[in-house]
Design a protein around this ligand. Structure first.
Ligand code: TUI
Length: 316
């Protein structure tokens, strides 16, 4: 394995980026400032459309264009009440890359492909990845359940090689990756890119509340837990008082699924914007224990590449 495998890959050429590193499209968190900083550092920055309606997303896209001349993308969380309008806005604004999560993007694929958008759905299984390949996806993102936020069933180590064997399109690995060792490991499994969320949470250009960053920086290896399995929307968060109480409410069968969902809604915003330690849901991946310092996006990407190339040398 040499430098070329990471930096002069067909994946980088496909997206016209320098390094095969994608920033996770973190809902309520990934804004124009973060996306532009990652893209300016040679990776692929993403704006999260989850919390934005069509016009708010349009503003964020235009802001990103004013901050970087490099390619960037938009992540569309398909459970968002604004999914349909933001799906239209990415076409109107000439966005080059769209990633999708938490659902099946079929209804939007034709419009995006006709507009020349490269689509990378999050695929939680090999069957889903094959379906996306048939629908014209440029690649898939395989996010193991080590990831923060809304998760699937499989781990990154199991999911990535099985999807790589199932499809011809490039696979990006996500979940449990925060340094060059994880990046090299993902490439050893057949991935052609990595997506990182938790590491970019503490980026200097990430505008979340400092309480959120401090919780990630202090987190150890067993600091996360999964809630929401009962409602069919499992979410990995830091083990806070809110998360533990939420898990207790889930176990209480006198509460309906609707009541449980209501308890959780809005909690991510409270964490990201207000740093609310009591009512906030601090989503983060299992790899949070490895994230120990605040750095610029450029420092994060350079460090990752240096480590990955060093570890990658083991395969040469
Ligand atoms: O979407 C994510 N991660 C997220 S979204 C989010 S916002 C949120 N806020 C409050 C409660 C819940 C979520 C926070 N984190 N990652 C991408 C992802 N997609 N992970 C898993 C999936 C997925 C799961 C099932 C993709 C497709 C899928 O298809 C199953 C099916 O057939 O519908």
């Amino acid at each position: 394995m040499n430098k070329n495998i990471f930096t002069q890959s067909p994946f980088c050429k496909l997206l016209n980026i320098q390094y095969p590193i994608i920033q996770g499209g973190m809902a309520w968190i990934a804004d124009a400032g973060l996306a532009a900083a990652v893209s300016n550092a040679g990776g692929l920055g993403l704006i999260a459309a989850m919390s934005l309606n069509g016009e708010a997303l349009r503003g964020e896209i235009r802001k990103t264009k004013s901050l970087t001349a490099k390619p960037f993308g938009v992540n569309i969380m398909l459970m968002s009440p604004f999914a349909e309008e933001v799906a239209r806005v990415v076409i109107e604004e000439g966005v080059q890359v769209v990633t999708t999560g938490a659902g099946v993007p079929n209804a939007y694929m034709k419009g995006w492909l006709d507009a020349g958008i490269k689509v990378f759905p999050v695929a939680p299984s090999a069957a889903f990845a094959k379906l996306m390949e048939r629908c014209g996806a440029a690649g898939v993102i395989c996010e193991g359940n080590e990831a923060g936020g809304h998760i699937g069933e499989l781990t990154t180590l199991s999911l990535v090689p099985q999807v790589c064997d199932a499809v011809q399109i490039p696979v990006a690995a996500a979940g449990g990756i925060a340094d060059g060792r994880g990046m090299a490991a993902a490439f050893a499994l057949g991935a052609r890119a990595v997506q990182l969320g938790t590491r970019f949470l503490v980026a200097k250009e990430c505008a979340i509340h400092q309480n959120y960053k401090d919780k990630v920086l202090k987190a150890g290896d067993t600091a996360t837990m999964v809630t929401g399995r009962r409602t069919g929307h499992p979410v990995r968060t830091l083990k806070t008082e809110f998360a533990v109480n939420f898990a207790q409410s889930e176990a209480d069968l006198t509460l309906s699924n609707e009541e449980i969902l209501k308890l959780g809604s809005g909690a991510l915003r409270l964490a990201a914007q207000e740093g609310d330690a009591q009512k906030g849901s601090f989503m983060a991946g299992q790899i949070a224990g490895l994230v120990k310092k605040e750095q610029t996006c450029a420092e994060i990407i350079q460090e990752l590449m240096m480590q990955a190339e060093k570890v990658g040398g083991l395969f040469a």
